[in-house]
Design a protein around this ligand. Sequence first.
Ligand code: ADP
Ligand code: MG
Length: 561
Amino acid sequence: MAKQEFQTEVSQLLQLIVHSLYSHPEIFLRELISNSSDALDKLRHLSLTDEKFKALVGNGIDAPRIDLELDEANKLLTLSDTGVGMNQEDLISHLGTIARSGTKNFLSHLSGDARKDSNLIGQFGVGFYSVFMVADKVDVYSRKAGEESTWKWTSDGKTGFDLEEVTGEHARSVAGTTIVIHLNEEGAQYANGYRLQEIVKKYSNHIAFPIFLTYDKSEWDAEKKESIKTRTTEQVNAASAMWRRSKSELKDDDYKEMYKSLTGDWDDPLFWFHTRAEGTLEYTTLFYIPSKAPMDLYQQDYKGGVKLYVKRVFIMDDSKDLLPPYLRFVRGIIDSEDLPLNVSREILQQNKVLTSIKTASVKKILSELKTIATNDKEKYAQFIAEYNRPLKEGVYGDYANRDTLLDLVRFKSTKVEGLTSLAEAKERMQPEQKALYYITGGSDSMLRNSPLLEIYKKKGIEVLILDDEIDEIVFSAVPQYGDVEFKAVNKSSTSEDLKDEATPEKTEELKPLLEKIKATLGDAVKDVRASSRLADSPSVIVSDEDEPSARMRRMMEAMGQ
Ligand code: ADP
Ligand code: MG
């Protein structure tokens, strides 16, 4: 038997998981079931789309199901699925190394707070290893669909694993994976059929496949007047794609449960939008807004987004073609009746059906958000605290929905505490005010103390404080809000609105000084002018109307432009 060592990161991770997630070990079951469900999805998809696998149905590929079998006396819990399975290389690379950088991120994000960290497990997909919270040994038997051999992977979750081919009674007759969990002291509490049922219902009720549990069921024998144990197999979960049920049948708890099993998030979602479209196109969407933005939202390898199903069959869970990038924080499901099952990523990108669903979904999400913004200010503030920035990306990138997005984003301003909408700022405009003014290029306190604001303060005119680095890019792309123009206070022409040109006499009087300053500064400035825009400060630097501002220039340089 070949002993192999875990990749360093795996050992590190195992250490951390076992020690930091101590308070919620039950999630190991959710993680393993979701892996089985993924494996079943993959195989179902293959068997519907690939000739090679079609032939195997009923003949090497079994009916899709997940089985839990409990051996109470020996504290053994076995979880089997008839999914896609793994071969030798898969077992090494999926269970022995951490290929994805997401998992490395997980390590750097661990806080030591068990509740937060168990949440991260789902987010970063280090799910399998959570089994070592409850096991001192784990045997994985797996046979990959379309292949003959069964491989056994064994580990104590400490330093490494053994891998060998097995034959005889341990060889699987059909493709799939069997995981034998040798429960440790901590895990002994799960050698209880009722407890297991409770956990499966809690986390995995809506998994699309049936989950069966075989255990010793206690039943009251009326004749003998005692409780007797009978070996029983029961289906534990509802196994229905809950999103296909009508809204009126569903309770908030159904939605919350679905969200948790879908995302691995521990917290309730902030809100959700469930839509069934019937007509030319038939589809169901269920979108969730997580209560907290994921920490890796701004990273290249962020994995989130929505899952695509076709007639309840899982197709893929890649967000990129399903919703625009700025809505990548939205989680959920799109289930279409009209797409072919064997769609490839390439086809999806130009598929008319998907494009229509995508367009309608974006409109739906944005209009629902707008409704919340109007009707539930408090909820909306919670939302904005997490997602203002991705929405701003949308203002820049989603031209078709720009107007709606401009109504959804919020900014700081000299007139309000907290944040304001553009509509409110427009509402507050002074009669003589010609534009919506903003200031960019520094931190909040730097901007608020800028001498450029003096004249606006004096005239009682509101200025938006844009201290988020994305604001500048947004405003560079958006000339106006409705019929009102945006103007930067640090652009030279803006001052004309405020009639701050110095009188000719004043300019004449200051001429020698201006020339002296110009000579001293030389090429560093384009011009030195007299102005009446300042109330208390002697001078200020502004940029030319058409020139990118200083910070934007730096950002564009960084982007290689
Ligand atoms: P994730 O599910 O986020 O990828 P996990 O640690 O839960 O992370 O699983 C790692 C990988 O191991 C999976 O991506 C999958 O390739 C493989 N795997 C785990 N369990 C199974 C299973 N029951 N059947 C087939 N493959 C599995
Ligand atoms: Mg997993």
